[in-house]
Design a protein around this ligand. Structure first.
Ligand code: ZN
Ligand code: ZN
Length: 255
């Protein structure tokens, strides 16, 4: 794949509970690093205490975003999206979110354990299995543009064991349901396993089964990391795989 990509499409700002970075800070840093397309994907979480759907300041965020977009219009393409937790369990909220016409909705699994009756704790293997089952159910349900960090547990479990078969099932469903998997590089910098989510090997599989597009991103929670590591990862992806972004939910190929 060509290394002409200059886009970072999964970024958290101070509209996410776990970030204090501003739109503006990302823009300044992106320009320094020659990144020209940014998509802000703040958390939307239903039934949680933070970033709840009902309490989310949709209008204030959009207003602030469009001001910054206007300010940087000559240098940057700025996109506004969301990263929604477990969207398949909240179809009504997902539908409303879509009606706001965001550029892109990433569906991600963050809290599978909160939806499953259980006794005590899981082993890491059991949790990894549960996590991937949720991702699979999510891509089966559809309605999202991008499948977020398919094997997130790689970023947390020191003894993480890759389950290629389960990841492949998710990728197959992405191809069938026109959902684009992201290649999230945050795990190259955070956590015990320095490998992208999913691995380059799994992107090759996705390509073999007819997958055409990925988004590539840092999942940054601070402007300091915007764009870091993307070029190198993109250069390792199969030639046939193209990077894309979404504008109002419509896939746009990046050259
Ligand atoms: Zn996430
Ligand atoms: Zn994220």
């Amino acid at each position: 794949m060509s290394s002409a990509l200059k886009a970072d499409l999964h970024l958290h700002t101070d509209y996410s509970f776990d970030s204090v970075a501003t739109f503006e800070q990302y823009c300044v840093k992106a320009m320094e690093r020659g990144i020209s397309v940014l998509c802000f994907t703040d958390h939307i979480e239903c039934g949680k205490r933070r970033n709840t759907f009902d309490g989310f300041p949709f209008e204030a965020r959009a207003e602030q975003f469009y001001k910054v977009k206007q300010r940087y219009k000559d240098d940057l393409t700025l996109l506004l999206g969301f990263e929604m937790s477990e969207p398949h369990l909240h179809p009504r909220e997902l539908q409303i979110l879509r009606s706001f016409e965001p550029d892109m909705i990433i569906g991600s699994v963050h809290y599978p354990h909160e939806y499953v009756a259980h006794e005590g704790r899981w082993s890491n293997r059991e949790y990894e299995k549960l996590y991937l089952q949720f991702v699979y159910d999510m891509v089966c349900a559809g309605g999202i543009d991008v499948m977020g960090h398919v094997d997130l547990m790689k970023r947390y479990h020191e003894d993480f064991v890759a389950d290629d078969a389960a990841v492949k099932k998710c990728l197959e469903k992405c191809v069938k349901n026109n959902i684009v998997p992201e290649v999230n590089v945050s795990s190259l910098f955070k956590g015990p396993n320095r490998e992208t989510m999913p691995s380059v090997e799994m992107v090759k599989y996705y390509c073999d089964i007819g997958g055409k597009y990925v988004t590539v991103n840092t999942d940054s929670h601070s402007a300091d990391t915007v764009g870091l590591g993307l070029d190198e990862v993109v250069s390792q992806l199969p030639e046939k795989i193209k990077c894309c972004c979404f504008v109002k939910g419509r896939l746009v190929e990046l050259r």
